[in-house]
Design a protein around this ligand. Structure first.
Ligand SMILES: [Zn+2]
Ligand SMILES: [Zn+2]
Length: 181
C-alpha cells in the first residue's frame, strides 16, 4: 500500500493517510469496547462464581433429609421393660413453659411428635425424646441399666429387632419396645 501511495499526488496521499489513521482509531475503539466487555463479563462471572461458591459452602439440607415441610403430628408408642418389669414413661415430659416438639401428655407411653414447618430426619430420632426426658438410651444403656453381666439392651420396632437404637427415626404408629434382660 505504501509503495502505491508514492505514485499518488500529494493531496491524494494525505487523504488516504488520513483515512488510514481514522481506520486505525476505529479499530482502537473496537478494541477498547471488546476489552470493556471482557472486563465486564469477567466481573459478572466472578460474581456468579463467588455466589455459587458461597451457595455451595452453605450447610446442605438434601431432599432425602426432609420428612415434611408442613410439620407433622405423629404418635409412636414407647414401652420400656427392665427384666420384664414395665417402666413408667411419665406424663408431661417436655411440657413446661415451652412445649417441646416431642412430649407426652399422659403415662400410657404415647409419644407426641408435634412439629411445625420443616422437619428433618434428625428431628425424629428417638434420642431426641430421651434428651428431652433427660434419660439415657443407646446400644449399651437404657435408663440406668447398662450392658454387662446383669443383662443387655435390646430394641424392637413393631415386633422386629432393630439395631438403630437411639438413632432410630420414629414414625407414626410405631410400637417401640426397649428391653433390658
Ligand atoms: Zn399428639
Ligand atoms: Zn401435645
Amino acid at each position: 500500500m505504501d509503495d502505491e501511495l508514492e505514485d499518488l499526488p500529494r493531496h491524494e496521499r494525505r487523504k488516504i493517510l488520513r483515512e488510514q489513521e481514522k481506520e486505525k482509531q476505529k479499530r482502537g475503539g473496537a478494541f477498547r469496547r471488546l476489552r470493556n466487555w471482557t472486563v465486564g463479563l469477567l466481573a459478572l462471572f466472578g460474581l456468579f462464581g463467588g455466589g455459587y461458591w458461597y451457595y455451595k459452602s452453605l450447610p446442605e439440607i438434601s431432599r432425602e433429609d426432609i420428612i415434611s415441610r408442613q410439620g407433622l403430628h405423629w404418635h409412636p408408642e414407647l414401652e420400656i421393660l427392665i427384666k420384664g418389669e414395665k417402666q413408667e414413661v411419665p406424663a408431661n415430659i417436655g411440657i413446661g413453659a415451652v412445649h417441646k416438639p416431642i412430649h407426652t401428655h399422659d403415662a400410657t407411653g404415647t409419644i407426641h411428635m408435634e412439629m411445625e414447618g420443616l422437619v428433618k430426619k434428625e428431628d425424629t430420632k428417638l434420642s431426641k425424646f430421651f434428651e428431652i426426658w433427660g434419660k439415657t438410651f443407646n446400644s449399651s444403656c437404657i435408663l440406668e441399666f447398662c450392658n454387662g453381666s446383669n443383662g443387655t439392651v435390646k430394641m424392637t420396632v413393631n415386633g422386629q429387632e432393630n439395631k438403630d437404637y437411639e438413632n432410630y427415626l420414629m414414625k407414626d404408629g410405631d410400637k417401640i419396645e426397649i428391653r433390658y434382660q
